[in-house]
Ligand binder design. Structure first.
Ligand SMILES: [Zn+2]
Ligand SMILES: [Zn+2]
Length: 268
């Protein structure tokens, strides 16, 4: 909140000062205040001179993002001022928009466009699918993106749908597009249980999270699942989800090797 926002809501200067003393609001920097409980990222963007933008704004809204969490992407509008601060690792975004005030939050389409410009097409596609899945991107917003993002984003906007239930699923869909390999997520297989992904008819792709490592019971359960799957004619590829995101060449080579041998298709 700016001082003007607080004044508009009927608070006098003396009342603002009293609220700061009592701790119900905190002064972030000159003319800028945060309510108690404001998220760290929102506060940091305000310290830096703007509002959350790009992947940081997307994460704050609950959209999937692939970018590391360490840096805060800040939207400074076109005419803002940046205020470097202790530990500042902020990424500045200077795109212009009709101003609704210095601390007005970025709209979902604007956030997505910033991701397109800053992070590239893969992360854009993942964020767009996430926004569609959560009902946060309207047809008008999508049309605005078609108009303002240019040709490179068009394929992603046309391919995006609302069915993807995780960022990893969207990423796999994008990276496997054009291969002709059918991908389904969260498939229930008799005798095995629910698997993360099924490629074609018979190739299971499991993505293990970081919390998975080093747990003996979890490892035993996985080995049992893989054995059961094999008994039913399935082949399992198992990766850490970070490998799927960051070491795609290795993952893709493994998939291609099995697909080339026709392992993924049901010949029965
Ligand atoms: Zn950015
Ligand atoms: Zn900063």
């Amino acid at each position: 909140m700016t001082t003007a926002d607080l004044r508009r809501s009927g608070l006098r200067r003396s009342a603002i000062a009293a609220a700061v003393r009592s701790g119900s609001i905190a002064r972030v920097r000159r003319g800028t205040y945060a309510a108690r409980g404001t998220c760290r990222a929102v506060r940091e963007a305000a310290v830096h001179g703007g509002v959350l933008g790009c992947v940081s704004a997307a994460r704050h809204l609950g959209l999937w993002t692939l970018a590391p969490e360490g840096e805060t992407h800040v939207w400074l509008q076109a005419d803002g001022h940046r205020f470097p601060h202790d530990g500042c690792r902020c990424v500045d975004h200077w795109d212009a928009a009709p101003s609704r005030g210095r601390l007005a939050a970025a709209s979902v389409p604007r956030i997505l466009r910033q991701i397109w410009l800053c992070r590239g097409v893969e992360e854009f596609f993942v964020a767009v699918e996430s926004a569609l899945h959560l009902g946060m991107l309207t047809p008008e917003g999508r049309a605005w993106l078609q108009r303002t993002c240019g040709d490179g984003a068009r394929e992603a906007l046309e391919a995006a749908g609302a069915d993807s239930e995780s960022g990893l699923e969207s990423l796999l869909r994008w990276r496997l597009r054009g291969t002709g390999i059918a991908l389904r997520a969260q498939v229930l297989i008799a005798g095995v249980g629910r698997v993360d992904f099924l490629l074609g008819d018979r190739l299971i792709l499991e993505a293990d999270g970081a919390e998975h490592h080093g747990s003996a019971p979890a490892r035993h359960r996985d080995l049992l699942r893989d054995a059961n799957a094999a008994a039913w004619g399935y082949v399992t590829l198992r990766f850490e989800d970070a490998m799927i995101v960051h070491d795609w060449d290795t993952v893709r080579a493994a998939i291609d090797g099995l697909v080339a041998a026709g392992i993924h298709l049901d010949h029965g």
